[in-house]
Design a protein around this ligand. Sequence first.
Ligand SMILES: Cc1cc2nc3c(=O)[nH]c(=O)nc-3n(C[C@H](O)[C@H](O)[C@H](O)COP(=O)(O)OP(=O)(O)OC[C@H]3O[C@@H](n4cnc5c(N)ncnc54)[C@H](O)[C@@H]3O)c2cc1C
Length: 337
Amino acid sequence: MEVELKRKLESMVSSPVLWDCPLCDYTSFAIGGPAMALVTVEEMSELQRVLVFLQEKKILWRIIGKGSNLLVNDRGFAGVILILGKGFGSISQLKTELNFVSYPTEDISANSPLAVSEGPVIQVGAGCSLARLVSWCTDQGLTGLEFAAGIPGTVGGAIIMNAGAWGCEMAGVLVSVTVITSAGEIRILPRAELDFGYRIWHDYPSQLPSVGVTGEERCVRLVVVGVELQLAPGDQEQIRSLCQSYREKRRLKQPNKECSAGSFFKNPKGDAAGRLIEASGLKGVRVGGAMVSPVHANFLVNSGGATAEDVVMLMKKVQAAVQKDSGILLEPEVHFL
Ligand SMILES: Cc1cc2nc3c(=O)[nH]c(=O)nc-3n(C[C@H](O)[C@H](O)[C@H](O)COP(=O)(O)OP(=O)(O)OC[C@H]3O[C@@H](n4cnc5c(N)ncnc54)[C@H](O)[C@@H]3O)c2cc1C
């Protein structure tokens, strides 16, 4: 980027711009080359200004949350990585209680908040971590988000991924999403107009002009800046103990020592990716520093010094073996950058 443009970008934000910033420090995989720049935007007006500037100057950008579902390629990202700062971390409860409309999705079970007919609505900034949100809801005695206990990441990332566990998912508690476009326009998208599936916000990938797993650059055109979620009043102790039991199950079933991006592949309909990978005898298989976790076969882990290329090669190896044995092509859940 030209010196003049660099100065302009630096003048638009209150946090220091990090040039040539290693993205391995911003992903749970601890993998990835440098971004040309990493910019933390502290408030909406900064974000608007920066987006308009990047659009005008045709500079590639991508927003990330906590990088807990991202594989960043070894060459890095020839553009600007945006991160939502403290100004996007607020949580507040609205006074009004909206009528709840149910939107059934594939993996919703009886303990989903969909069973609730109406309840308190909260507004949450997209930069808020799921951990802080779950803890806030527990303190307030609000039930519905216990499933998210132990899922790393931000609220924005959780909406994009339609994050879920134990038969519940973000779409099940969603009232609306507030987004800002690359032209700096703010839009409120009601849940009724949005199409969510298993680990996917279907409307969102249409914003990605080039989708692929080979590490090519992708240009995202929407930033989620906030959400409204509908919960239900509940017993604080019951909420706390359910959250704890979910965290404990994770501790027992998932690899805790190595870096990963959680489950690497989506579960195919009616089956579990982990079961299929294990059945193909792939637990412990390695490519370079990347390994199929011996603890949970759907976790591809960085066992030390793994490159993105190692992970992609391991991914292809797993896909080929599982397809040969079961006829099923596993689709990655992880996003690529
Ligand atoms: C140990 C471990 C366990 C996990 N367990 C689960 C689980 O049980 N269930 C589950 O669903 N997931 C799980 N995950 C995956 C991950 O935590 C979730 O997908 C999480 O919601 C990702 O949030 P993030 O903020 O880290 O998003 P990132 O990984 O930073 O980003 C994910 C995608 O969203 C985009 N994005 C992020 N923020 C925004 C925004 N504000 N606006 C627009 N686009 C945005 C990014 O560009 C990227 O494409 C796990 C991960 C780990 C490491």
